[in-house]
Write a protein that binds this ligand. Structure first.
Ligand code: GLV
Ligand code: MN
Ligand code: MN
Length: 433
């Protein structure tokens, strides 16, 4: 059996999470922040960490952290004392999902981090400095609308008051959802102490495109993340009877919305950008009624900031122009925006050099997907490893990576941890928790 599979029990680890939050009819995951599915995943994380003797904490923003501390000869289970070293290497990812998400987006990074610790221990290695595995909360923003909410709050990129008042589709406030899960919403906010104690973050993630397939490589390293954001469009008109209202008498916001979707596609194609309307809610949502309101969310991404500004401006202009013709109205609110991220060159090059020595050429690739590593990049050196995805599909139950590639990803992450955290072959000092 492959050394990594044997040392880490990767298959069992993978299957221990596989059923949590999975919808039986679609096979997709519905692990939305602070729901019972998310809480089950958080319990799973805490128990996996505890099984390894790692000390688990939840920070003021709901992110979970599991610490593997160097053997200091004194109070090694005291996270507080070790954290003051201020030089921890963080690894990890997230466990929440989009609606009907795949099994890999997020969980692969968390599971690979646990497995990398197992592998290093099986090889007799011990860390020279603290290693901490993170499970960032609400990375997808599927429930409350803001992606990477946990890492944005941690770094102050999301205002605590704004976060507390975010509402889900059923009107539940984020603050109330957190409180119901036993997390104090008043504690939300930038966490200087925690940030000061982490010196780098490396996130392993499934690739969400086909770059590595084309390069014939099982793992790659991220170069940058495209700037991206979310905009809410509120199209309003007049509800009326579908059978008695003449077409010329209608003020139908669905018509304005539909034309805006077509314009978005065209403007994005012409500008070499991306524009997606993937979520929509209709009022009153009756088959035989013209809607009074269509609320839709635009997700747009581009290779640079100017191109992103341009495509969104064009889509908004097209929506307004069409609303004028349809006798409807449109209001647009920017709900979130993430600037372009260029990952730290020094860290990236060090990782590529380490991995190339062991695995052969490791391609470098940009991504259009957002990640907690992109948010933390504003505070500390961050890097990402991608694992090949043969379908190129993501945010769908069809998302997939071959087990052999996942095991290579674990081995690669372990090499990176060993290189960065000075992990060295240890003496026989137990698990070193
Ligand atoms: C996260 O997966 C995003 O890019 O939306
Ligand atoms: Mn995702
Ligand atoms: Mn992800």
């Amino acid at each position: 059996m492959n050394e990594v599979a044997e040392a880490t029990g990767f298959a069992e680890l993978w299957s221990s999470l596989a059923d949590l939050g999975r919808d039986r009819t679609t096979g997709g995951y519905r692990r939305f922040a602070w729901t019972s599915a998310d809480l089950a995943c958080r319990d799973w994380f805490a128990s996996q960490a505890a099984d390894r003797g790692l000390t688990v904490e939840v920070d003021r923003n709901g992110n979970q952290w599991a610490w593997w501390l160097p053997d200091s000869g004194e109070s090694t289970t005291e996270v507080g004392a070790e954290r003051r070293c201020g030089n921890a290497l963080a690894i990890g990812s997230h466990l929440d999902s989009v609606p009907d998400g795949g099994a890999f987006d997020g969980p692969l990074g968390v599971i690979s981090s646990l497995a990398a610790v197992d592998l290093l221990r099986a090889r007799g290695w011990r860390p020279e400095r603290p290693i901490v595995i993170a499970n960032f909360t609400d990375e997808e923003g599927a429930r409350f609308g803001i992606a990477c909410a946990g890492s944005r709050l941690l770094t102050g990129q999301l205002d605590a008051e704004k976060a507390r008042s975010l509402r889900d589709g059923g009107g539940v406030r984020l603050a109330d959802a957190m409180a119901a899960a036993g997390q104090d919403p008043d504690a939300l906010g930038r966490d200087d102490e925690r940030l000061a104690n982490i010196s780098e973050f490396v996130e392993l993630h499934i690739e969400q495109g086909r770059w590595l397939i084309d390069q014939d490589a099982p793992v790659g390293v991220a170069s940058s993340i495209w700037p991206h954001g979310r905009w809410r469009f509120d199209f309003t008109g007049e509800a009326n009877h579908a059978g008695t209202t003449a077409l010329d008498d209608r003020r139908d916001p669905m018509l304005t919305y539909a034309n805006t979707v077509l314009s978005a596609r065209k403007k994005a194609r012409l500008g070499g950008t991306l524009a997606t309307f993937g979520k929509v809610s209709v009022e009153p949502n009756g088959t035989n009624a013209i809607p009074s309101r269509v609320r839709a969310w635009l997700d747009s991404r581009a290779p640079d900031e100017a191109a992103l500004d341009a495509v969104v401006e064009q889509i908004v202009a097209a929506a307004r122009e069409r609303a004028e013709r349809d006798g409807t109205a449109v209001e647009v609110v920017n709900e979130s925006r993430t600037a372009i991220v260029e990952f730290d060159h020094g860290l990236r090059d060090k990782i590529r050099k380490t991995l190339t020595g062991v695995f052969g050429p490791v391609p470098q690739l940009p991504t259009g997907a957002g990640h907690d590593a992109g948010i933390l990049a504003a505070e500390l050196p961050t890097a990402m490893l991608f694992v090949r995805n043969p379908s190129g599909l993501s945010h769908t139950p069809a998302e997939h990576a071959e087990t052999a590639d996942c095991l290579t990803g674990v081995a690669a992450l372990a090499e990176v941890v060993a290189q960065l955290a000075g992990v060295r072959p240890g003496t026989n000092r137990g698990s070193g928790a």
